[in-house]
Write a protein that binds this ligand. Sequence first.
Ligand SMILES: Cc1ncc(COP(=O)(O)O)c(C=O)c1O
Length: 463
Amino acid sequence: MTFDDHSDDIDIDDVIASDQAHVWHHLTQHKPFETANPPVMVSGEGLRITDANGKEFLDAVSGGVWTVNVGYGRERIADAVRDQLVKMCYFANSAGNIPGAMFAKKLIEKMPGMSRVYFSNSGSEANEKAYKMVRQLAAIENDGVKHKIIYRDRDYHGTTIGALSSTGQFQRKAQYGPFAPGFVEMPHCLEYRSQYGDVNDYGERAARELEKVILQEGAETVGAVVLEPITAGGGVITPPEGYWETIQQICKQYNVLLHIDEVVCGVGRTGKWFGYQHYGIKPDFVTMAKGVASGYAAISCTVTTEDIFDRFKADASDPMGYFRDISTFGGCAGGPAAALENMRIIEEENLVENAATMGVYLLDKLRDLQQKHQIIGQVRGKGLFVGLELVKDRASKEPVEEAIPAAIAADCMQQGVIIGRTNRSFESHNNTLCLSPALICTESDLDEIVTAIDNAITRVTAS
Ligand SMILES: Cc1ncc(COP(=O)(O)O)c(C=O)c1O
């Protein structure tokens, strides 16, 4: 089979053979690909992608990992990147560039209270930048004492050793230690799996766990807490009522900086520009990556306040007193060019509003499905970011084994619908199906996704 791609005729069999021989895929056990072809994705348009066998899929997870927010095949983003690369592809970000400045301005307009954007390339790296800022502020202002960073059980903050050190997913971390010191875990806030039994103040109690950890470590040693606004790969955990108000108050009381990881939730996914904006939070750091340019270019941002920024220039005579960090590819001008065009599309097509409206529709449909299938213990989410937690028994809430969501996802794939699932994150709670279709989706796309899940659950639970 050949694909006409620009001027070259590509031999797809050669592509597959080369991939099989030389590419090491992410999150993948490769043994099966000694005798079977690895998946190779070839083209995309809207929510649909086509693989090397010519099979079409409806992608209900925006590129597998909640990224392609504006959908596939956006020529205007490709054009913007191309034009920028021809004009000025790169200069280290110690100097500015046109799309970087214009995107930063537009981004800050969506984030009242925030003021400065630091560019890098991935979500992990954006988080690392914030951690370094916290540690350096401690070094500059109090001999490094207030350097610890608290993270939460079930949250994920990235793949590098620093980001993994702050990740609350045991299986994701297993075998990659030892980890960096100075990161301390607090308990999760998944009310469905309440640590306190059936209580009517779960949100407040779960948030008070932060205070317990701060006091146990000594408030003078704790610089920041990093939290996902809605936990993503840890099982799509929407915060319980009263949670964020208490977290914010505790941060203020103990002078602990609040770092919100919006790598998944950011840029419209949850029906607001940023997930934290649902909860009236005033963060000190916001990090974002995936949806910033919808995967059309690699770009991430660490956004902070003018107050934090000012503290890095308080003593201009100190040769060590400014943020001495660089990300080589944070100077690629294609990233912000893509991000700027991506944001224009979201505005022009009202995609944040669409995510909110379609999200309500999707949640309703899935709650109907929950009536039909006992295995669906809970449906939760916000906007186009939804999880279905699967259980053996609704009363005991015993989680199903990972093989069950894997079989359901595989059945959906057979039907031509790609859904996500939590995997290799926890020993016993890899039991959540995840949906995050592109923000352009329609009711009929969502109907197709829900029908596929319905069929798959029917078959898997019957066998
Ligand atoms: C909440 C969250 N933070 C950080 C990251 C890391 O992003 P990246 O894979 O771009 O380094 C991820 C990736 O899935 C994520 O879900």
